[in-house]
Design a protein around this ligand. Structure first.
Ligand code: G1P
Length: 196
């Protein structure tokens, strides 16, 4: 139960702009952002619950990160890692889709965030960033000059459904967990993988 409100982004101007479209619904409160094309299967608890545990210790802004292959930094927002704080660490910088040589680490932002409402002040500058889009990562980096940002390494498995292999893997993984279809899917996979 709970209230649902909806807003639409009328033009695809970027993730920062999409979040900005919800500013009147959010108002002056901390809020969470969940990118649904990242499917997250948390160990013991979900990714947002993991972030809430950190947030209750640290306050500020908290985001989930994971390691990627260093060659993949150009597909994600990448953070710089600072001092460890309990189960999390201080974020030193954030860069959207850097080339591997410009990436501050191989820790990518994996699509779950807890933000303070001042983020909207920085999105409102509507600066265009990577790919000519209004990027939330750029607004986050500017907000980080005023407020702390913490990273938490997500414990669990994620599937990037924005990429075709990730989307397929997510479907197979969930099918294999479903008692109604696990046996049939396993048999199909076995047949497909069998040497010709
Ligand atoms: C968005 C964010 C990026 C993040 C990614 C996670 O990128 O801008 O920082 O790492 O989601 O999936 P997009 O996938 O929209 O290109």
């Amino acid at each position: 139960p709970g209230d649902c409100s909806f807003t639409r982004q009328q033009e695809p101007l970027g993730l920062g702009h999409a979040i900005w479209c919800a500013r009147h619904i959010v108002g002056d409160e901390p809020f969470a952002v969940l990118l649904p094309d990242m499917l997250m299967r948390g160990e013991r608890k979900g990714c947002l619950a993991q972030l809430m545990d950190v947030y209750s210790e640290t306050g500020g802004n908290v985001i989930a990160v994971e390691e990627c292959d260093p060659s993949q930094t150009g597909s994600y927002g990448i953070v710089g890692k600072g001092e460890a704080i309990g189960d999390a660490f201080r974020i030193t910088t954030m860069v959207e889709k850097p080339a591997p040589k410009d990436a501050p680490s191989n820790l990518f932002i994996s699509g779950r965030y807890i933000f303070q409402p001042e983020l909207f002040d920085h999105i409102a500058r509507f600066e265009s960033g990577a790919g000519g889009e209004i990027q939330v990562t750029d607004a986050m980096r500017r907000l980080s000059a005023e407020q702390p940002f913490f990273g938490h390494r997500f414990r669990g498995r994620s599937y990037d459904c924005g990429m075709k292999p990730g989307f397929l893997a997510a479907n197979i993984a969930l099918a294999l967990e479903n008692p109604e279809m696990a046996a049939a899917v396993r048999a199909e996979l076995k047949a497909l993988m069998a040497p010709a």
